[in-house]
Write a protein that binds this ligand. Structure first.
Ligand code: FES
Ligand code: FES
Length: 169
């Protein structure tokens, strides 16, 4: 009878929300599990675990990415941002988070971290994004509470405020 061998552990290190972090991972460990279970940041949610729902979206080197479709070992040396990195201070929400709060852009909140990470990247590059473009961009996110109307409203409000902020600067 073949003997089962324990999988090797590899050291994985990257920047997470601006800080250097490191931990041990088996080669098959998903990045989402590494962030949640090894690094202890549970703001990144896991729904389908096969790239459909968007709940696990983080930013890898500034680009929104499904952390359930990446292995932890692939993140070596990357610059990763999760929802915990959005707020400028522990007692302050980002402009985008605040727009979600003010426009009732969430219900249970399960899909919210992934949506915020996608929108944060979109509005950083395209604060003039139109409503159809925002809807198209969010089409890779599933919300079980079907709150899409208020999510889009919150995104449009954030875009408007971001443009005003940039014009003042
Ligand atoms: S948990 Fe990653 S896309 Fe659903
Ligand atoms: S707010 Fe509940 S899943 Fe989107």
């Amino acid at each position: 009878m073949p003997r089962l061998r324990a999988a090797s552990l590899y050291r994985v290190s990257f920047r997470l929300n601006g800080r250097a972090v490191a931990g041990q991972a088996e080669p098959r460990m998903l990045l989402s599990d590494f962030i949640r279970h090894v690094l202890g940041l549970t703001g990144t949610h896991v729904g389908c675990e096969h790239g459909v729902c968007g709940a696990c979206t983080v930013q890898i080197d500034g680009v929104p990415a499904r952390s359930c479709l990446a292995l932890a070992v692939q993140a070596e040396g990357a610059d990763i941002r999760t929802v915990e990195g959005l707020a400028p201070a522990p007692d302050r929400l980002s402009l985008l988070q605040n727009a979600f709060r003010e426009n009732y852009g969430l219900q249970c909140g399960f899909c919210t971290p992934g949506i915020l990470m996608s929108l944060d990247a979109l509005l950083r590059d395209r604060p003039d994004a139109t409503e159809p473009e925002i809807r198209e961009f969010l089409s890779g996110h599933l919300c079980r509470c079907t709150g899409y109307g208020s999510i889009v409203k919150a995104a449009m409000d954030a875009a408007r405020k971001l443009r005003a902020e940039r014009e003042r600067a």
